[in-house]
Design a protein around this ligand. Structure first.
Ligand code: SF4
Ligand code: SF4
Length: 373
């Protein structure tokens, strides 16, 4: 990672202009339906100026402050997962002609390269996990790969983690780790100050885009403020997981009574898996046309909390909520180590805020770890 210089806030639009000139469609955080969501970003003024998110188990609210900062919030209900692993997409279709002959056609993903502004460190960690699943497994996912190749990522280091965040304990935030700046798969990293941004390049294309901007030298005072706010962002996090590798603890507690207790509260709604930036389960659905002239085959996000997810040859393997919640948590925090070499949780806290009954993964793990097997 190389520090490039300071970009005044009133010049942030120049970054968007440079990205568009390089062929990117720009998306970034905006306030939509009471939450911060990634949308097509018309200009820098559309960023969530002065917004703060207040998050707690089962709670997400936006407050407005008089700060000029545009990234002084933690996260919204989705990371960048939907841009790569679409919630619903047609994979192929089939047409029947007048002679009853069938023609199969692959449906390719849209091709315009995407630049995402405002990505968080935990989102980048989740992206590395999704890359491991969709790109480095036995079956490389062509839809995911096509979108991923063209993606330009502008990360912004977190200055205001939410009360639900625990990325310090998972090792995934709140700042993009400098040592993995390039490996993180992002291109530019920004530190936000009151009057603008310090830019760091994390890839050659990042340096090339930033080279089109007029940057001022970074002052020692600005560097001091950045160091202080990075330290502060770590210090405010109160939630945590007790260890990075929870396999030994969880493996001994597969029949623990806590699974029954949490199942009494869990609605099996699947919100936690929908908002989780690392969950990747999907089902495939056939949608035939009513006149029989064709059909489309779509991939749709699924969840280990649905009844159909574990339906195999006439039997639903995980028939009740106790088994489904246990599957979700033990896969995420234990079995993921065997598959991908680390936990599947990046500490973003989304599953805590967006759970309608406020089930808190850190609280559940702490309760399991604190009691005998
Ligand atoms: S399990 Fe929860 S806290 Fe962990 S990455 Fe998924 S949504 Fe975020
Ligand atoms: S833990 Fe919460 S969000 Fe997840 S399925 Fe249960 S009720 Fe829904």
């Amino acid at each position: 990672m190389t520090t490039l210089g300071f970009l005044a806030r009133e010049n942030l639009d120049r970054l968007l202009t440079a990205l568009r000139a390089s062929g990117y469609r720009c998306v970034g955080p905006m306030v939509l339906d009471g939450a911060i969501q990634y949308c097509d970003l018309p200009n820098a003024q559309s960023l969530p100026s002065g917004c703060r998110d207040s998050q707690a188990p089962g709670r997400y609210r936006l407050d407005h402050t008089d700060t000029s900062r545009q990234f002084a919030w933690a996260n919204g209900p989705q990371a960048i997962k939907p841009f790569l692993f679409a919630p619903r997409e047609t994979l192929w279709c089939v047409e029947r002609d007048a002679r009853e002959a069938l023609t199969f056609k692959t449906v390719s993903p849209e091709s315009q390269a995407l630049a995402v502004i405002g990505v968080r460190a935990c989102d980048l960690a989740a992206l590395r996990l999704q890359d491991a699943h969709f790109l480095q497994g036995l079956n490389r996912d062509v839809q995911y790969a096509a979108r991923r190749e063209g993606m330009f990522l502008v990360a912004v280091n977190c200055t205001h983690p939410a009360a639900t965040c625990f990325c310090v304990s998972t090792g995934d935030g709140p700042e993009v780790p400098e040592a993995t700046g390039t490996n993180a798969g992002c291109d530019l990293i920004l530190d936000e100050l009151d009057d603008g941004f310090i830019l760091h390049s994390a890839s050659e294309r990042g340096a090339s885009v930033a080279g089109q901007l007029e940057l001022a030298p970074v002052t020692p005072e600005q560097q001091t403020v950045v160091a202080q706010q990075r330290q502060q962002a770590r210090a405010v996090q109160k939630r945590s997981l007790p260890a990075r590798d929870l396999r030994p603890m969880l493996d001994k507690r597969l029949e623990h009574p806590r699974w029954v207790e949490v199942a009494g509260r869990c609605l099996s709604c699947g919100n936690c898996t929908s908002v989780c930036p690392t969950c990747f389960c999907y089902s495939e659905q056939e949608q035939p046309l009513l006149d029989g002239s064709g059909s489309t085959h779509a991939r749709v996000w699924d969840s280990c909390f649905t009844q159909g997810h574990s339906y195999i040859h006439g039997i639903t393997i995980r028939a009740d909520t106790r088994l489904r919640y246990r599957q979700w948590l033990t896969h995420k925090l234990a079995a993921w180590h065997d598959q991908y070499g680390r936990s599947g949780c990046v500490g973003c806290g989304r599953c805590i805020s967006w759970c309608p009954v406020g089930i808190d993964i850190t609280e559940e793990v702490a309760a399991l770890a604190a009691s005998p097997t």
